[in-house]
Design a protein around this ligand. Structure first.
Ligand code: PFF
Length: 452
């Protein structure tokens, strides 16, 4: 039975929708370039450690708060906080998610442009041509803007349909498609001559490369990738049923997210190494380096190159969409429940705010260079503000709040489904959330602020 605010209809729906939020540009765009810049396999091992030791408890913490309250993020924290100040974490999550959606939709829009360009065979030429193509496109005042708005409107169209008919249904279609496209590109990339060097880069750790920075980067990437600290997981958990096993689901979602990130590495590094390109070029990896790589790698079989390029950008757009849906839902649920308006109106408010943020971010990427905040383009500022400050702060406060202030019985009931599940994980979970997670997040946070 679906209650009046909606809920997920099946276990598979819970896993696919929440994994859909986690799997996104963070896995396919950010993870490979981070791995490239931080020494390959050693970074991946540290990353996996961060996900399962620190990310997982953070994820379960948000699930506990969300399912217990069965309300939008702001109210979920407020219900448990009573008169205390902790309710602010929920509002912070709503605010953070709107900013992320604004700049994330710009990059997602670039993926749509590249999908279109791949379809009509536009990105064809030497390295300088490909580089200029990106610069000309991203500094155009209109084209990136149009794609950004299109992306947000597609997201809106899914979210407005509701939790079960919109989010869950879309996730059940999009996630398998994403996985199939990913496998196609992985197989093509790994079968190129010379691809094994890329596989080796991914799976042969060189521990001399592990330093403090690798740890900081891996933790930050892990939190972004699991959608932690934005109240996104809390919002989705408010639609979970009482039968959903919170720890088990978190484990499955974190595993899917990590698997997809590693597959994304297996898609990009073998192709890059096959043509002798070092994949450490940073954020422009998928828009400048990869189109070159695809052209060179499949130069003798242009049709395969054409198909792979389309599959790759379609895959990125799908991954981005399942994530933007989850970000949009945070604000939509907030507006319609808190302002007592219809879901449709709530979704329109969220869309309007995010389009405005998206416009500023998009224009700041080249068309209007004067659009700067604290010496950074608005786009980079939004990225920095959320990834380096608001996300870690949100996770840190959530861990402290759950670990030290929420009544233990509530936490225990949620983890054990009111005593019906074995609770071996409970003690460990509480220990991690009370001590280990806050200390580690605080260290990374202070490092990112340049304090340590
Ligand atoms: N986890 C998403 C990714 O890896 O791309 C990004 C994200 C989604 C961040 C949802 C925050 C959020 F609320």
């Amino acid at each position: 039975m679906e209650n009046s605010r909606g809920n997920f209809g099946s276990k598979l729906g819970v896993i696919l929708a929440t994994a859909g939020s986690a799997v996104g540009l963070g896995n396919i765009w950010r993870f490979p370039y981070m791995t490239g810049q931080n020494g390959g396999a050693a970074f991946i091992l540290v990353y996996i450690g961060c996900i399962f030791l620190l990310g997982l408890p953070g994820m379960v913490a948000e699930f506990v708060i969300g399912r217990h309250s069965a309300a939008n993020a702001a109210r979920a924290y407020k219900n448990l906080a009573g008169r205390g100040p902790w309710g602010v974490i929920g509002y912070m999550g709503v605010f953070t998610s709107m900013i992320i959606l604004g700049f994330y939709a710009v990059v997602a829009g670039w993926c749509l442009q590249y999908l279109f360009a791949s379809l009509v065979g536009q990105i064809h030429g030497d390295a300088t041509f490909v580089k200029n193509y990106f610069t000309t496109f991203s500094s155009d005042p209109f084209r990136p803007l149009i794609w950004t708005v299109v992306f947000i409107l597609v997201t809106h169209a899914v979210v407005v349909k509701g939790v079960r008919k919109g989010i869950e249904k879309a996730s059940k279609i999009l996630m398998p498609m994403l996985f199939i496209l990913l496998l196609i590109v992985v197989v093509a990339s790994c079968s190129l001559p010379g691809a094994m060097k890329g596989v080796e880069f991914l799976f042969h750790p060189d521990f001399s490369k592990v330093n403090q920075k690798v740890f900081y980067e891996a933790l930050g990437q892990g939190f972004f990738s699991l959608s932690l600290g934005t109240a996104c997981l809390c919002t989705y958990a408010s639609y979970f049923s009482r039968q959903t096993n919170l720890v088990g689901s978190a484990l499955q979602i974190a595993s899917i997210d990590t698997l997809i990130a590693i597959l994304a590495g297996l898609m990009i590094f073998p192709a890059a190494f096959a043509v002798g390109v070092n994949p450490d070029s940073g954020p422009s990896l998928i828009f400048i380096t990869l189109p070159n790589v695809f052209q060179q790698a499949f130069g003798s079989a242009p049709l395969i190159g054409y198909v792979i390029s389309i599959a790759f950008y379609a895959l990125l757009a799908l991954a981005a969409l399942t994530s933007t849906i989850s970000m949009h839902e945070i604000g939509t649920a907030f507006f319609y429940e808190e302002l007592h308006i219809s879901r449709k109106k709530g979704a329109w408010i969220e869309t309007t705010v995010c389009v405005i943020i998206g416009i500023f971010c998009s224009l700041s990427c080249g068309a209007v260079p004067a659009l700067k905040l604290f010496g950074m383009s608005v786009m980079n500022f939004c990225d920095m503000l959320t990834a380096n400050i608001l996300l870690p702060l949100g996770s840190f406060l959530t861990c402290i709040f759950l670990g030290w202030f929420i009544p233990k019985q509530i936490v225990k009931d949620e983890i054990t489904n009111w005593g019906t599940l074995r609770h071996t994980a409970y003690g460990l979970f509480l220990f991690m959330v009370r001590f280990v997670c806050p200390v580690c997040i605080a260290i990374v946070f202070l490092h990112q602020l340049g304090v340590i």
